[in-house]
Design a protein. Structure first.
Lengths: 376, 179
């Protein structure tokens, strides 16, 4: 077979795009134009407000600051937000500003809703806060960066050691993607099928579990365990429950592919993106049948991107911008609000949800706000 | 220099007609290129969802610059370059895609031509994302290695090496089949 071209062309011809592509494109363009108009209006409004406030302050004696209005507050940070986390009294957003992966970590004061620091990094990825640092997974560089929250400066860059196995000839690179803190360790996962933990005091890295056949989607901690979930289709779709003490791994199957997960006191809540279904993987002891460990929680009945848990409520951000609350007890879901941009990550902090969106914004949704309506 | 001032909020019928024409032109361009670009991106990424997302974003970016792109010698080349630039910048997601390739299941037809595709499909699954991209850019899209290297963000020699590795792997697979 000297020439592979005809066969490549044959394979290409087998793929037929889904119908309605142009209509989806037109809708996407309209949404983007609306966002731009909104951004321009916001900038103009901000400038006008700034001018007004300046004049006002010159003409009047200082008055106490006005309390923030109730309801969602959106902070525009720019770039393409990758992840959002909370800790050290702040909300932290990792946003990519360059296709090379370069970007910045933006620190936001959640009570004032304003940016208090911007830290430029050669690469940004998923991030987490705890154990004395803001930890960022650097996929391309194979490192984990620690920012010192006292100084808002990079304090360490930790090289991830090679994997215990080759993923291709001569390739053992640990490309960190998921990151979590808990049990006095920083937990890091790679899509290449491995989880490692870092001693935050020394930077020592220990590979905890690995399986080259598995593509891991991320890692989190909670409910007495460390958890990693894979990105595989059923019947391989599943999660690992990792014992923080022994490093022992329990493999649990789930009914559909997992995109995101969040731990609560009852176990791990996993989000199935295609249907918007949420399953709970119960933190029961080893030795029990895996089918008994996974129970359906509820569904938002639309494609979903991210999940967060604040017991007893599960929050799900749908790809179209709808944000839902699911009551774990009844399984009922309710629409909290609609966001203009496509949500990319979700975290709960200081009695509110913070939603990072692909349009370069992060929005605070106060949790005491009334649910807008119920989905069909 | 002649400057025409159009009052804000008062768009002329001529301008509206121009926009409609532009939208029609772009829609024709979309429909003419949609399937081929989608298929190419499916082969490269191995993930139809990823391919659809990349395709939509690439078309959107071309649409936003349509006044300039439409007068180019080869607007489709600009579209492909945009799509592959996006492909490169989405490395994070592609690393996942590279390891969960969901190229279509082999068809059940048993003709020689189909057999050939089935084997190549299996062989494509074994290539890395970069190898697949290199062989597609060089052998399917006929780009010079310098241009392919620019798109993939690597040197021309690296593209040639990647494509060569890919071809070798594909040929080995076919030779195994032929005994």
């Amino acid at each position: 077979m000297a020439n592979v071209r005809p066969t490549l062309e044959g394979i290409r011809a087998q793929f037929v795009p889904p119908p309605g592509g142009y209509e989806r494109l037109a809708a996407r363009r309209e949404r983007r134009l609306q966002m731009r108009r909104l951004s321009a209006a916001t900038v103009a409004l901000a400038l006008s407000a700034g001018l007004f406030v300046g004049l006002w302050s010159v003409m009047r004696t200082p008055v106490p600051p006005t309390p923030r209005p109730a309801g969602p507050v959106t902070v525009w940070v720019g770039g393409s937000p990758v992840d959002v986390a909370e800790g050290e009294g702040s909300v932290w957003l990792a946003s990519m500003t360059d296709p090379s992966g370069r970007g910045e970590v933006v620190r936001i004061n959640p009570t004032e809703g304003r940016i208090v620091a911007r830290i430029s990094l050669r690469e940004v990825g998923h991030l987490v806060v705890g154990e004395g640092g803001v930890w960022i997974a650097n996929l391309r560089h194979g490192t984990v960066t620690r920012i010192d929250p006292e100084t808002d400066k990079v304090a360490d860059v930790i090289d991830m050691p090679p994997l215990a196995y080759e993923v291709a000839e001569g390739d053992r690179g640990f490309l960190p993607e998921g990151i979590a803190v808990g049990f006095a360790r920083v937990w890091v996962s790679t899509a290449r099928g491995s989880v490692a933990s870092i001693d935050p005091a020394t930077g020592e890295v220990l590979e905890v579990a690995g399986d080259p056949r598995v593509i891991l989607g991320g890692v989190t901690t909670g409910g007495g365990s460390s958890w990693a979930w894979n990105s595989l289709e059923p019947p391989e779709a599943g999660v690992w429950r990792i014992s923080p003490e022994s490093g022992g791994v329990e493999r649990i199957s789930v009914p559909a592919t997992v995109l995101d997960a969040a731990a609560g006191s009852g176990g791990l809540y996993v989000l199935h993106p295609e249907t918007g279904d949420v399953s709970l993987v119960r933190a029961v002891g080893p030795g029990q049948g895996s089918t008994e460990q996974v129970v359906p929680v509820g569904s938002v009945k639309e494609r979903a991107n991210a999940i967060a848990v604040l017991d007893p409520t599960v929050y799900v951000a749908a790809a179209g911008g709808n944000l839902y609350a699911i009551d774990e007890g009844s399984g009922a879901s309710a629409l909290l609000t609609r966001l203009p941009g496509e949500p990319t990550a979700l975290v709960s902090a200081a009695g509110a949800l913070w939603v990072a969106a692909a349009d370069g914004t992060v929005t605070e949704i106060p949790l005491e706000s009334r649910h807008e309506s119920s989905p069909p | 220099m002649c400057v025409t001032i159009v009052p804000a909020g008062n768009v002329s019928e001529e301008a509206l007609g121009g926009r409609a024409l532009e939208a029609q032109e772009f829609e024709s361009f979309f429909r003419a290129n949609e399937r081929r670009l989608y298929g190419t991106l499916c082969v490269v990424t191995g993930d139809p969802r990823e391919a659809e997302e990349l395709m939509q974003e690439a078309f959107l970016r071309v649409w936003e610059r349509w006044d300039r792109v439409s007068v180019m010698n080869d607007p489709a080349a600009y579209l492909y370059r945009t799509a592959f630039n996006l492909f490169r910048s989405r490395l994070r997601r592609l690393i996942r895609a590279a390891r969960r390739t969901v190229l279509p299941e082999p068809p059940t037809n048993t003709s020689d031509q189909i057999d050939d595709r089935v084997d190549l499909l299996a062989a494509l699954r074994r290539l890395s994302t970069r190898q697949r991209a290199a062989v597609v850019l060089l052998d399917l899209m006929d780009l010079p290695s310098e241009e392919a290297g620019e798109i993939l963000g690597v040197k021309a020699v690296t593209v040639r090496t990647l494509a060569s590795q890919a071809r070798r792997s594909l040929r080995t697979r076919m030779e195994e089949r032929d005994g």
